[in-house]
Write a protein that binds this ligand. Sequence first.
Ligand SMILES: NC(=O)c1ccc[n+]([C@@H]2O[C@H](COP(=O)([O-])OP(=O)(O)OC[C@H]3O[C@@H](n4cnc5c(N)ncnc54)[C@H](OP(=O)(O)O)[C@@H]3O)[C@@H](O)[C@H]2O)c1
Length: 359
Amino acid sequence: MRHFAFIIHSVDLGWVSIAFKEPNLLKKKNSLLKKAFEWLPSFECAEVAGVKSPKNLTLKGNLIYCGLFPEQIMSLKKEVVLDRIISGGKIAEELGADILGLGAYAAQVGRKGVDIAKAINIPVTTGTHYTISIAIESTLSAAKKAGIDIKKSNLVIIGATGGIGKACAEILAGKVDTLTLVARSGIRLNGVKENLKTRFKTKIIIEDDIKTAIKKSDIAIMSTTTPTALIDINELKPGALVCDISRPRNVSQNGKKLRKDVLVIDGGIVKPPGQPDFNFFIGLPKGLAYACIAETMILAFEEKYESYSLGGKISADKVSEITRLGKKHGFELAEIRSFDLEVPDEVFENMRKLNVKRK
Ligand SMILES: NC(=O)c1ccc[n+]([C@@H]2O[C@H](COP(=O)([O-])OP(=O)(O)OC[C@H]3O[C@@H](n4cnc5c(N)ncnc54)[C@H](OP(=O)(O)O)[C@@H]3O)[C@@H](O)[C@H]2O)c1
């Protein structure tokens, strides 16, 4: 039977309290709890049920839990983190999985999965190619619904030198008037800009200050490895759209009242075929999945047992291929969501009015 496994990790304490059905966790001392999760060995936390393709193919799936939080994955000794992910991979192997997917920050470990693939006997994928595909599809679809003229817009990519950001910049560069690239390393940003300049006539701006960039943005794609909020929704100009792919999120919503003149969408969300049930809280309502999990499932459906997205290498051909395979096996873009909720029509109407005025 086609069998996948996927490693998830702790996102934040609120998420952990829901995942383990322990609301009282939030009353405990945060530092102590995080220390306990730092020591927790990886374990199988759930069996995935109900995934069924239009051709009646079914999948077996296991979720493997790694207790580490994003900031621990980024700051603890590399060997400690690597060991925790590899031990999760070995559990997947023992369970009989044909392929292993790495979720969110687990995908950053061991040279973006390369060292994990070397240490276990099943292929490993980070889900990056399908995440790029879905991020672009959801951004273009939301922009259309919000009445944004993509051609005339200033598209800001935050994390533009990273795997996801750079690929989004390359795929979308020819579709917009102005492209603003944002990251901390100016040298790497210049490299991306020079490469794009040889292929597109688009005006390309480099910016190292996120707040300056976001104030002038019509559409932004955020995909960074900083596990905290980098902008607040109140910093967006009216009519602007942001697709926040980063997990944990990079956009916060601390305003006094909910803004209905801007839209921040949750990036990379997919509806797998059938009645998928992860039997564990993955941060989404039942039936939905992150694109990185979906990529692992698509490869399992296709019995394409290879380390598809690994080491941060991205190919446009693979983005097209995994998009095609996803459609073949019945995977669809989920309804547009914002801060975990469906977007009311009223928000799109407001956005359309604002953006029509600007045309
Ligand atoms: N939704 C999904 O299904 C899904 C799937 C996979 C990944 N993700 C998420 O996508 C995000 C990015 O993944 P990736 O593989 O593309 O990572 P990556 O290749 O390491 O790229 C990260 C990018 O972010 C930039 N960056 C980091 N911190 C920054 C900051 N404070 N300000 C500005 N730029 C910053 C980095 O450049 P500098 O270091 O030069 O700043 C780099 O350009 C992660 O949060 C990951 O969890 C989501």
